[in-house]
Design a protein around this ligand. Structure first.
Ligand code: ADP
Ligand code: ZN
Length: 723
């Protein structure tokens, strides 16, 4: 409709406020979603023809022309709407969101060989003669490239493209053979009554082909994965595609193996570490519909599914779904948006669902499916609290008598044990015994963490690393630097002394980099080549190790400091997950939580394994102050290289803050990480009643303040981190 005026809006992957107009050269036919090459200043850049009318702000004489339409499948309407939606929700420039989607778009990286095949066409569809001719041409040979297809059918290229836009044609690969498709007709395991009820409900949702959200709330080991496999089977049977989002794709090894056993073929995998060839292949198979199931990290949300029929978000409560830099968004929430745009159901799976999700359940927005017991009669582990005041470890050590005894017994019985400490490295602090100097990051308000195995001190915030200095950088004293506090490497060392016979496997994200290393570690555990696993949060989730019967949590109090809104909730989630690794088969499991504060409600909830009671308590604490999920939050993070610049803008923002009933602005205040990567940081927090949308307030607020170029203001809607 805008093309007749000879110009179209083109969205470019840069932080501009919106699309720019470009002239359509004579003879070029363009429609929204087309990927084009256009001049920008002195460069040629790739953009996407956007929807709506051209703006008309630039006069015809100054308008620049589109250089070329790229011969790649157009960006589909649902993805364009998702980009608009994310931009509006997070107050990001639409181009910055587009950039994420284009980074996923591997087609630009090589000349594609794509043609068209026929879509499933409903019998009551009326077709023009020309369109019928195109379908007939495809019946002879499938697939065909655009030009060949138009020729064989005797129609113009425009007809082919219009049919693609109308969903009558689907892109198809002209080149390589597709990966084998998972077979939904293979029989799954025999489900228990509870499992089949949940699976049946999900199957029905998938078959209805409309948007709804189900919370699959089941204790660890209850068979949530088996249940959502049934939903995936239903989706494949309907000829549609399914997306499974996992919080950490590095942990997916066991998932992939189980999936392959169930469906006879592996799913397509999507994450940022794929080789270029695999990326291209996967992107193409998703775009052609050849890939039936994709398992991926956050960025899989931007893949070009042709017919998305189901999204599963496993471990929905995980903060790893939140992207904390660039466009700050929560992939769980945006996946729900994408599903709505595609008329597909969503499954949120968790043993410890977030309070946000429960809020939506209680308000009737999400359906609640429960699996209250472990599969096959396995019982939940017994949880004991080890009071570190009553049973202190020996001087300089971290494991007290009861823990040591339990590990020894377990290993002697030929079972496996795991010690968990959510802290990478050897020690979180290096201190000079002579002068008291603490070794700090040169770029951040943070101590450097000793990684003894790698012989470095490193910053967990900016990645700065330096060799461990031989003497104190402050007073020069030799051999005076001492490691203070617990780190997982230290547990490995201590366990080595206590259990010299045991085969110990350290597992941390810095020592097991990449999915292959994690898979190899998991395989060794499964083959029982390991007696004792010592790990960080990488060992907490998802794994199913049948011979693991003891889990010891070295510092259960660790996550409770810091005053974060969700500190208690997150500690319960993490430790409950870790505990859930124990006793998943016949042999019963045991969990020891080492704590200085065993009376704390978090410890009590974990011991009693009474999560509903804990949630009720949390809810009661958050509700009166309208804290999430009973209210909404947005954070502004002001940063600058010069402290005075950050402070000044923070003060101006503070003075211009919105006010009114149900609106509170806290701050400005120095961020807990007052300096990060060399930038000084101030924070403001907007808290509003749940019925007030924060986006409108934020837009008004920011439009009232002009931000100098040396100052950056990041907006974090629904913040999870308060650093
Ligand atoms: P969750 O995802 O809830 O932690 P899983 O789906 O991993 O639970 O199931 C735990 C273990 O029990 C897995 O080894 C799984 O294969 C097995 N399991 C669950 N349900 C069944 C079933 N109906 N038949 C056979 N094995 C099952
Ligand atoms: Zn740093």
């Amino acid at each position: 409709m805008h093309a007749h005026r000879g110009r179209v809006p083109v969205l470019l992957p840069y932080p501009f406020a919106g699309p720019f107009d470009y002239r359509v050269p004579n003879g070029m036919e363009l429609a929204p979603g087309d990927i084009v090459q256009v001049p920008l200043n002195r460069r040629e850049v790739v953009g996407v023809v956007w929807d709506g009318a051209a703006e008309g702000a630039v006069g015809d004489h100054r308008l620049r022309s589109i250089s070329a339409r790229m011969d790649v499948p157009p960006m589909r309407a649902d993805l364009r709407r998702l980009i608009d939606w994310i931009a509006a929700y997070t107050l990001s420039a639409p181009g910055d969101v587009l950039a994420m989607a284009l980074r996923v778009n591997a087609m630009q990286e090589s000349a594609p060989k794509l043609g068209w095949r026929r879509a499933e066409i409903p019998p009551d569809t009326t077709l023009t003669k020309q369109r019928q001719a195109v379908l007939d041409a495809l019946a002879l040979a499938e697939p065909l490239g655009s030009t060949a297809l138009a020729e064989v059918a005797g129609v113009s290229a425009g007809v082919v493209r219009a049919m693609a836009d109308a969903g009558l044609l689907l892109p198809a690969d002209l080149g390589a053979a597709d990966s084998p498709r998972p077979d939904p007709h293979r029989p799954g395991p025999l489900l228990s009554l509870e499992q089949s009820a949940a699976a049946q409900a999900l199957r029905e949702s998938v078959e209805k082909r409309h948007f709804d959200v189900s919370l699959l709330d089941g204790v660890t080991g209850s068979g949530k994965t088996e249940v959502y496999h049934e939903a995936i089977a239903a989706c494949l049977q309907a000829g549609r595609q399914a997306l499974v989002l996992l919080p950490e794709i590095a942990l997916s090894a066991q998932f992939l193996a189980r999936f392959t056993t169930r469906f006879g073929a592996a799913p397509a995998v999507w994450h940022s570490d794929l080789s270029p060839a695999t990326r291209r292949r996967t992107w193409r198979e998703v775009a052609t519909g050849a890939a039936g199931v994709v398992v991926g990290a956050r960025s899989a949300l931007f893949l070009p599914f042709v017919d998305l029929g189901l999204i599963v978000i496993d471990e929905e409560h995980e903060t790893a779904f939140k992207q904390e830099d660039g466009v700050i968004y929560n992939a769980r929430d945006m996946a729900i948006v994408r599903a709505r745009l595609c008329h597909a159901p969503v499954v949120l799976a968790s043993a410890t669902p977030s309070l946000e999700t429960f809020y939506n359940v209680e308000h009737g927005r999400y359906r609640h499916l429960t699996l209250p017991s472990r599969h096959g009669g396995a019982s939940l582990p017994d949880v004991h609290l080890v009071d570190l005041r009553a049973d202190p470890p020996a001087r300089g050590e971290l494991l007290p008598g009861p823990t040591n005894a339990a590990v020894r017994e377990t290993v002697e019985r030929g079972e496996q044990a795991m010690l968990f400490l959510n802290r990478r490295g050897y020690a979180p602090l290096t201190l000079c015994r002579r002068c008291g100097h603490r070794v700090q990051c040169p770029n951040c308000t943070a101590w450097l963490v000793e990684h003894r195995a790698r012989k470095i001190l490193t910053c967990h915030h900016c990645g700065h690393a330096e060799p461990i200095p031989p003497c104190c950088p402050e007073c020069g004293a030799e051999s005076s630097l001492t490691a203070i506090g617990p780190g997982v490497e230290r547990i490995v060392e201590e366990a080595g002394r206590h259990f010299p016979e045991a085969r110990i496997l350290p597992m941390a994200s810095d020592t097991l980099s990449g999915p292959n290393a994690a898979a190899e570690a998991a395989a060794r555990i499964e083959r029982r080549e390991v007696d004792l696993i010592v790990g960080t949060q990488i060992v907490a989730k998802g794994w199913h190790f049948p011979h693991l019967t003891l889990v010891g949590v070295v510092d259960a109090d660790l996550g409770l400091g810091g005053g974060d809104l969700r500190a208690a909730e997150r500690t319960v989630q993490l430790l409950h997950q870790v505990a859930g690794r124990a006793g998943r088969a016949e042999a019963p499991g045991r969990v020891l939580l080492q704590s200085f504060n065993p009376e704390h409600p978090v410890m009590q909830a974990l011991q009693a394994q009474d999560l509903p009671a804990f949630r009720a308590r949390e809810a009661a604490e958050r509700k009166p102050g309208h804290w999430p999920p009973f209210g909404r939050l947005a954070a502004l993070i002001v940063s600058a290289e010069r402290e005075a610049d950050a402070e000044e803008v923070a003060q101006i923002l503070g003075a211009a803050a919105p006010h009114g009933a149900g609106i509170v602005v806290l701050g400005p205040a120095p961020a807990p990480l007052a300096i990060l990567r060399g930038r000084h940081r101030r924070r403001l927090l907007l808290k509003v009643r749940r019925d007030i949308a924060v986006q409108k307030l934020l837009r008004l607020w920011l439009s009232a303040v002009s931000i100098p170029s040396q100052v950056r203001v990041e907006i974090d809607v629904d913040p999870m981190s308060f650093l």
